[in-house]
Design a protein around this ligand. Structure first.
Ligand SMILES: Cc1cc2nc3c(=O)[nH]c(=O)nc-3n(C[C@H](O)[C@H](O)[C@H](O)COP(=O)(O)OP(=O)(O)OC[C@H]3O[C@@H](n4cnc5c(N)ncnc54)[C@H](O)[C@@H]3O)c2cc1C
Length: 306
């Protein structure tokens, strides 16, 4: 029996682990695939206070080293369900069951897919969600970035230094990402931007993406666009279906909670991008981790009051 089981080893889960360990609680950190979470996909983290610049993966590695040094136990396992056993909680995973006095859900979110025919088969064969991971495969090639928010613009900035040509395809009439990123892209002579345009189809040759079909939503004009690769950056979706028995989810699938990081079940807390909130960043995920961990400690010590 652990004091606290934390599901998800992104910035929220790892910060929660740090605070719980420093409060002398035993911690088991469960991660299904990628210690460090989403930030490992970022080439540069420049808005974490006190750190001028660091790669996302280096930041994640340092955080993991820190929690392990403080005594966290880690397990590569996917949580499939939380059972409320009254005095304790049982986390059912693909690697067995783990019992804890309290649980913190810190499962973050995932890249949204376009939902086009053939998309799932072409992931890794021309379709990517991460320039830092896959950008180098497209050196001196032509790629499209789908989306117009901060992630899309960041991806495009990075790809513009690697690829021959980058075309950003946005469904709105304007980019929604930061003006600072847009200004950088506007100065690049290998970057084009297409607005009011959606994707309607994908074409593959020898199992690799070779072209996309696009449609202007204002003129209804359709076109075929040849490319070597495509980076999809159209937002995130949470993966909280497994936890809907312990807490309500909003219409997007986020766990309904507030700055107190409580769920509908006593002894189950939530932290980071997987909960309802306006700003999803490393700083806000870490802040949640601290709040959830200290609430879980108070719960275990019998001092908890909502
Ligand atoms: C390309 C990119 C660039 C970014 N750049 C910045 C930036 O510059 N600055 C900034 O502040 N933020 C940035 N962000 C956002 C930031 O990464 C997130 O806000 C932050 O990582 C959220 O942390 P989290 O711990 O809540 O969730 P996540 O980082 O998503 O971590 C959740 C973890 O939980 C795991 N998990 C999920 N379900 C389960 C399960 N059932 N069982 C076990 N494990 C599970 C996941 O595998 C994942 O590792 C960026 C994000 C991306 C994708």
């Amino acid at each position: 029996m652990k004091d606290i089981i934390i599901i998800g080893a992104g910035p929220a889960g790892m910060t929660a682990a740090l605070y719980a360990l420093r409060a002398d609680k035993s911690v088991l950190l469960l991660e299904k695939e990628n210690f460090g979470g989403q930030i490992t996909f970022s080439p540069r983290l420049e808005n974490y206070p006190s750190i001028m610049e660091i790669s996302g993966s280096e930041f994640a590695n340092q955080l993991l080293d820190q929690v392990v040094a403080h005594g966290a136990e880690i397990e590569l396992a996917e949580a499939l369900e939380i059972k409320d056993m009254g005095e304790y909680k049982r986390v059912h995973t693909d690697y067995g069951d783990f019992d804890g006095k309290a649980v913190i859900i810190a499962t973050g979110s995932k890249h949204r897919h376009l939902g086009l025919d053939g998309e799932e088969e072409l992931i890794g064969s021309g379709i990517s969600f991460c320039a830092v991971c896959d950008g180098s495969f497209f050196a001196d090639k032509s790629v499209a970035v789908i989306g117009g928010g901060n992630t899309a613009l960041q991806e495009a900035v990075m790809l513009s230094d690697i690829c021959k040509k980058v075309t950003i395809i946005q469904n709105l009439s304007f980019m929604t990402g930061e003006g600072r990123l847009l200004a950088i892209l506007e100065k690049k002579n290998n970057v084009d931007m297409i607005f009011d345009t959606v994707l309607t189809g994908l074409e593959a040759r020898d199992g690799e993406l070779c072209a996309i079909n696009i449609k202007n939503t204002k003129t209804e004009e359709e076109a075929r666009f040849e490319l070597d690769g495509m980076f999809v950056a159209i937002g995130q979706v949470p993966e909280n279906e497994a936890f809907k028995n312990v807490s309500a989810l909003d219409s997007y699938g986020y766990i309904v909670s507030d700055e107190n990081c409580l769920t509908d079940t006593e002894g189950v807390f939530v932290a980071g991008d997987c909960r309802t909130k306006r700003i999803r960043q490393v700083t806000t995920a870490s802040a949640d981790g601290a709040v959830a961990a200290l609430a879980a400690c108070r719960y275990i010590d019998g001092l908890f009051a909502k």
